[in-house]
Design a protein around this ligand. Structure first.
Ligand code: PLP
Length: 421
C-alpha cells in the first residue's frame, strides 16, 4: 500500500534486533546527509544561506555532528540544548538561540557561546542587556503578524493565538531600542505554521518577512543582515501525501527575494532556516515487535513500544505509517488497532488501520519518527525510553543512545532508606 518504503529490510531489522532488543529508534545516516545536501542545493543561490537544525527534534550528538559536517548550525531553546550543541563543536554564529520566557542565565550562556540570540519579546530587551553585561552586536527579532495565516484562501494556522513573537509595532520599537543600545546586525524571524505540505509555505512566509524587512528599513533606517524562515516545512506522513519539493520551495523563495528584497536594497540579506521535522522525520523509524493480540470489540495488536517512545499519535492524533517487515507486499486484509501497554487508552500507534495479518513476533516499522519522536519520550507508568541506533552509511549499526534502565528511572529520587532490587 502506498509508496512509503522502509529504509530497512525485515532480515536486516531482525539482525539488528539480535544485538539491540526492540523497541528502538533507528536513523539513516545516508538519508540525513542526502536531505541536508538537497536543502543546501535548493538555497545555494543565496550565498549566506544556513540551516540551523532545530535541536529539540532529535537531540543526539551523533546526529548533530552529521548535520554539522553537512554545513548546518544548531537552533537551541534551552540551556541543555546549548550545552549539547557546544559539546558537538558548534560555536559562535553556528548557534541560534530561539527561546521564550528566557531566564537571564540562559541569555548569558548563549551569549558566552557567541550564539545569535533570537528575541521573542520586546520586554526581554533589558533582561538581555543585563544578562550579557552589554548588548550583543547581533540580535534577531521574532515577529508574530497576528490574525490568520492564509495561503490562497486556506487558513494554515492562527498566529493570533500563538504565544510567540512580537507585534508589528513592537518590532519597530525593538529595532530602534536595540540599535540605540548598540546592536549593529539585525535579523528577522517568524514561524507561522507547522508541518506544512505545500511548496507555497516558505515563499508566502518569506514574502511577509521580506516586506516587513523593507518597511522596517524605511521606518528605522535599519537594514537586516539575515532573515530566518524558521521551521515548519513538513513531511509526507501519509502515503497519499505529496512530499514537499525542496527545489521548488527554494525557487519560490528566490522569486520573492528578487521581487521584494533586491529592490529594497536588501539583496545582500542572508537566509536561514530552522528545520527539524523536514531534516530528520523520514530519516528515522521506530522498530517494535508484535507481542500480543486481542480480539474483543475490535482487533488489537499489542507491541513492545508505547507512547513513551513516540508520543505524537497520543498527543496530536498524528498519523504514522506502519509497515509489517517481511510482509511489505502482502495485501492489507486486516484492520487493527496497534497499541502500546500504557494504562492510557490513547496509547495507540494506529486505529482501524488496514494491515497484513500480523503474527506475534513480527517486526513493525513505524515510519517517520526521526523528529519529535524519541525526544518527546517520557516515563509514564514507569516505562523506560528506548535506545537510538544509527544505520551508518557503510551499512553498520551504531548504538548512539542506550535504552534506559530502572537505575535511570530511580536516579532522580531520594532513595535514602530504600532498597530497589
Ligand atoms: C520547533 C521549532 C522549529 C522546528 O520546527 P519543525 O516543525 O520541526 O521544522 C524551528 N524553530 C523554532 C523556533 C521551533 O520552536
Amino acid at each position: 500500500m502506498g509508496s512509503k518504503r522502509p529504509f530497512l529490510t525485515g532480515s536486516q531489522a531482525e539482525r539488528i534486533a539480535k544485538d539491540y532488543p526492540t523497541p528502538f529508534h533507528i536513523y539513516d545516516e545516508a538519508g540525513i546527509r542526502r536531505t541536508a545536501r538537497e536543502l543546501n542545493a535548493a538555497f545555494s543561490w543565496n550565498p549566506g544561506f544556513k540551516e540551523y537544525f532545530a535541536v529539540k527534534a532529535t537531540p543526539n550528538p551523533v546526529i548533530l555532528k552529521i548535520l554539522r559536517e553537512e554545513g548546518c548550525g544548531a537552533d537551541c531553546s534551552s540551556e541543555t540544548e546549548l550545552t549539547l550543541s557546544k559539546a558537538v563543536g558548534f560555536h559562535g554564529h553556528e548557534i541560534m538561540f530561539s527561546s521564550n520566557e528566557t531566564p537571564e542565565r540562559e541569555f548569558a550562556h548563549a551569549n558566552a557561546l557567541g550564539a545569535i540570540i533570537n528575541l521573542d519579546d520586546v520586554t526581554l530587551i533589558d533582561r538581555l542587556e543585563k544578562a550579557c553585561g552589554g548588548m550583543p552586536e547581533t540580535v534577531c527579532c521574532r515577529y508574530n503578524p497576528g490574525g490568520e495565516f492564509e495561503i490562497g484562501n486556506f487558513i494554515m494556522d492562527h498566529p493570533k493565538d500563538a504565544k510567540y513573537g512580537m507585534t508589528r509595532p513592537q518590532l519597530t520599537e525593538a529595532f530602534l531600542r536595540l540599535k540605540k543600545a548598540g546592536v549593529r546586525h539585525f535579523g528577522l524571524h517568524a514561524f507561522l505554521a507547522s508541518n506544512t505540505l505545500t511548496d507555497a509555505y516558505y515563499p508566502v512566509l518569506a514574502g511577509i518577512l521580506f516586506r516587513t524587512a523593507a518597511e522596517l528599513k524605511e521606518e528605522t533606517g535599519i537594514g537586516v543582515s539575515f532573515i530566518n524562515l524558521s521551521g515548519g516545512v513538513g513531511v509526507d506522513y501519509r502515503p497519499e501525501d505529496r512530499p514537499n519539493d525542496i527545489r521548488a520551495i527554494g525557487q519560490g523563495v528566490r522569486e520573492a527575494f528578487e521581487q521584494i528584497l533586491v529592490p529594497a536594497g536588501l539583496g545582500g540579506t542572508a537566509l536561514f532556516t530552522e528545520l527539524g521535522r523536514y531534516m530528520l522525520a523520514g530519516n528515522g523509524a521506530l522498530v517494535t515487535r508484535a507481542v500480543a493480540e486481542k480480539h474483543i470489540y475490535k482487533e488489537y495488536i499489542g507491541v513492545d513500544a508505547c507512547a513513551c517512545d513516540l508520543m505524537r499519535p497520543a498527543m496530536y492524533g498524528a498519523y504514522h505509517h506502519i509497515t509489517v517487515l517481511g510482509k511489505e507486499d502482502e495485501p492489507c486484509g486486516r484492520v487493527y488497532d496497534v497499541v502500546g501497554g500504557l494504562c492510557e487508552n490513547n496509547d495507540k500507534f494506529a486505529i482501524d488501520r488496514p494491515l497484513p495479518a500480523i503474527d506475534r513476533g513480527d517486526l513493525l516499522y513505524i515510519h517517520d519518527t526521526g523528529a519529535h519522536g524519541h525526544s518527546m519520550g517520557y516515563n509514564y507508568n514507569g516505562k523506560l525510553r528506548s535506545a537510538e541506533l544509527l544505520l551508518c552509511e557503510d551499512g553498520s549499526v551504531r548504538l548512539i543512545r542506550r535504552a534506559e534502565t530502572p537505575a535511570d528511572y530511580f536516579a532522580t529520587l531520594d532513595v535514602t532508606g530504600y532498597r530497589f532490587e
